[in-house]
Design a protein around this ligand. Sequence first.
Ligand code: PEP
Ligand code: MN
Length: 266
Amino acid sequence: MNRTNHPHNTEINVAGNLVGGKKIAVMAGPCSVESREQILSIAKDVKKSGATFLRGGAFKPRTSPYSFQGLKEEGLELLKLAKKETGLPLVTEITSMEYLDEYIENVDIIQVGARNMQNYELLKQLGKTRKPILLKRGFSSTIEELLMSAEYIMVEGNENIILCERGIRTFENFTRNTLDLSAIPAIKKLSHLPVVVDPSHGTGIWWMVEPMALAAVAAGADGLLIEVHNDPENALCDGIQSIKTDKFASLMQKLKLIVESLGREI
Ligand code: PEP
Ligand code: MN
């Protein structure tokens, strides 16, 4: 994936949507799928505001085993329903190979979470598929380690990889993580793969999502992964960093100004 051997940007075709080209990909939705009403309502709202993908976790790798672990199979079914109703392609995390066939059939972008970035057996299996993969940076991983994890997928033959900066652990504890915006130009220099930024996990604070989303696109990101919820106060996961649907609508309006001034599209 080295720029030297591959000077042009890779554009990944996800169900007819190109990621890594002129158009900014906006992947929005709740941290976790919680109910039929919740996912359908959020999906319709983010679609109306211009999101291009629906995100939502069904299998959740949580730090504590006592936290909500996701609706699992039922969550996937609800995502499929939301896709059917809105037409939005799906981004959702895989946590084990057990459901790989199900993901290949129904998920448009398979997310590998920060905790699994160095799960090499999982990466190799995903490399044998041709599905687009959203590979998130581990919270203690260097850019080089992220690129090497992408390489594990590529050597098996799957070049459809989108890299995601989602914040790293530093001594600063005001924010949940430190969003490393300098990773965007760094990755762009080293690799031809598209880069997406997740300001929700990157900051852990809902009111920081908009400024960091705007900054990420200004710095050259090809897309955003944003947690949006219809009732963040009562969310089962990551409510504190989730923006409400009306806030997402206004974020998209501001984003449009930046995107247009860069000669890109949204
Ligand atoms: C998520 O996207 O909901 C998630 C769990 O992200 P990360 O793997 O970056 O913590
Ligand atoms: Mn989350």
